[in-house]
Write a protein that binds this ligand. Sequence first.
Ligand SMILES: [Zn+2]
Length: 278
Amino acid sequence: MAMIRTAEPRARVRALIQLQFLLAALTGLSGCTTFRVASESMFMISPEEERQIGQQVKSEIDGQVQFVNDSLVVNYVRDVGRTLVAHAPESAFEPQFFVIANPEINAFAIPAGSIYVHTGLISAADDEAEMAAVIAHEMGHVIRRHSARGLARNTGAQLAGQLLLGENYGSMAQLLSSVGLLNYTRQDEAEADRIAVATLHRAGYDPDALATFFAKLKERYGDRGQIATFFASHPPTTERINSVRAMVDQLPEAEYRRPTSDLRRVQKRLEELGFAAE
Ligand SMILES: [Zn+2]
C-alpha cells in the first residue's frame, strides 16, 4: 500500500488503477477469488480520488449529451434536488443536478455526486414525489459511494485506467460501466432504495411514490426488456416493489405530499421545447 502513496493524489489514483488491473489479470489467470475479495478493502479509493474520477466522467458526459438549459426546467429539478439533499443522510459530496434531453426514462449519478435526470423521467412522473423518489435513489448510491465500491471490486478497472489516462470512450455505456455505474449489486440497489424511502419521508414526500413509479415501469416494460440504465442491473420486480412497500410500512405515520402543479408546468415546457415523452 505504501508504495502507491505519492504526494500527488492523481498519480496515486493512476498507480492504484494500474495495480487493480494487474490484480484483476492475476485473479483471472489463477481463477482465485481471494484477491478479488481482498481488493475492495485494500484499494477503496478516497473521497478525494472519487472527486477526481467524477470530474473526468463529468467532462466526458459534457461532450456526449445534450443538456436542457431552460431555467424553468433546470431550476425545478435543482429545487427538488436541494430539498432532498437537506433531508438526506450525511454525504462526503455535494450533488449537482443536470437535465439531459433524452426521452429514455432514466436518471443516474456519477462518482462524487453529480446527478443527471433525463427529460423522459420528468415526463413519465405522475407527480413530483415520483420524480423525487428516483433522484433520492440515485443520491443513495452517491451517499454510500457505490460506484467507488464498484470500482474497487475491479470491475472495469482497465477502462477506468484509460479514463484517468485520458483515452477516448466509445459509448456512454462503456463510460458508465468503467466507473462501476452498471455494476451496482443487488445490495447496493436495496440500500439506495432504503435511503430514498427515508429521505422522501423526512422531506415530506410520500415515500410510496418509489413503489408506484416502479410498479408503473414494471407494467410498462415487464420485469426486464427495454428498461433504461436506471433499472439495468436490477429491474423493478414484484419483489423489489414489495420490499419498498415493507420499508414504507415501518415508517411512523406522517402527512405526505404528492404535488403536481409545478411538475405539470415543467412537463408542458418540455413539450413546447420539443422534448416529447417516449
Ligand atoms: Zn440504483
